[in-house]
Design a protein. Structure first.
Ligand code: AMP
Length: 294
């Protein structure tokens, strides 16, 4: 595995693989790797000739009051883990390589970024994500890029950028990887002390409770959310948001009649955590109260 720091070096390495007829897979990350990141690398490895992982703690997606300075960083460990997954190139640029003096462009996706994490963290967050991901696509020109469903809204935002700007890249969303007790893996889980770590399991348990109500035939949004709120309340967690939204458009969903994203964000101890489930109408049994006679 090569560790590259500059855009020209990455372009040259990718060009070499591409001119030999190879396909290129990109996994954008902010490092502090866990099994969630590694699952994306495995998916990229299985489908590409050249796998590029970017490791860049992108300053523009953090607000002034967020954890940019304390975000966990351990490049040596990350490099060893990426190498063990068969990654070919770890692109670990400096901030000035990505944002040189005079950088003035920002990509803003209207609508999708007004809600959930866009509302909670502010518009800058997804502008920073959309801008850096678009730059990475321009630098690496991957055939496919791999993202985690853990950041469901991010996947939708990136897909919209690709569609709206006619970028020639396939976006692959990979399933959420969880700890054995259900907590979604996150680089920010290291902020959790033992008490907060135990409390944090309530997020997935709350989503499970809501999903169970849905699977039992409940379609009313408030009733489904109440099942989740009950679990969060029991764990002493007041969510920043707990919402049902259309899984494609993020329009509010008063009833679950289409595939619907159930998304939660909460502060637990020193960490801000997010998690989600997709309530899939196509997988679920027909609700009793709406089953036809025929
Ligand atoms: P990050 O380093 O947190 O920016 O994440 C890099 C990529 O890994 C993003 O596409 C995330 O959605 C994905 N990711 C983070 N946590 C998980 C997880 N628990 N399961 C699957 N993918 C994840």
């Amino acid at each position: 595995m090569r560790i590259l720091r500059t855009i020209p070096e990455v372009r040259a390495a990718v060009e070499e693989a591409r001119s030999a007829g190879g396909t290129v897979g990109l996994v954008p990350t902010m490092g502090a790797f866990h099994d969630g990141h590694l699952s994306l690398m495995r998916a990229a490895r299985a489908a590409s000739d050249l796998v590029v992982v970017s490791l860049f703690v992108n300053p523009t997606q953090f607000a002034a009051n967020e954890d940019l300075s304390t975000y966990p960083r351990d490049e040596d460990r990350d490099a060893a883990l990426a190498e063990a997954e068969g990654v070919d190139i770890l692109f670990a640029p400096s901030a000035s390589e990505i944002y040189p003096e005079g950088f003035a462009t920002s990509i803003h996706v209207a609508g999708l970024t007004d809600v959930l994490d866009g509302a909670s963290r502010g518009a800058h967050h997804f502008d920073g994500v959309a801008t850096v991901v678009t730059k990475l696509f321009g630098i690496v020109r991957p055939d496919a890029a791999y993202f985690g469903q853990k950041d469901a809204q991010q996947v939708l935002v990136v897909r919209r950028v690709v569609r709206d700007l006619d970028l020639d890249v396939r976006i692959v969303a990979c399933p959420i990887v969880r700890e054995p007790d259900g907590l979604a893996m996150s680089s920010r889980n290291v902020y959790l002390d033992p008490d907060a770590r135990a409390q944090a399991t309530a997020l997935n348990r709350a989503l499970d409770a809501a999903a169970a109500a849905f699977e039992a035939g409940e379609r009313d949004g408030d009733a489904i959310l109440a099942a989740a709120h009950h679990v969060l309340l029991g764990a002493g967690i007041a969510p920043e948001y707990l919402e049902l939204r259309d899984a494609e458009t993020l329009e509010p969903a008063a009833r679950v009649e289409r595939d619907t994203l159930l998304a939660v964000a909460a502060r637990v101890g020193a960490a801000r955590l997010i998690d989600n489930h997709v309530l899939s109408v196509t997988d679920a049994p027909t609700p009793i109260d709406e089953r036809g006679d025929a």
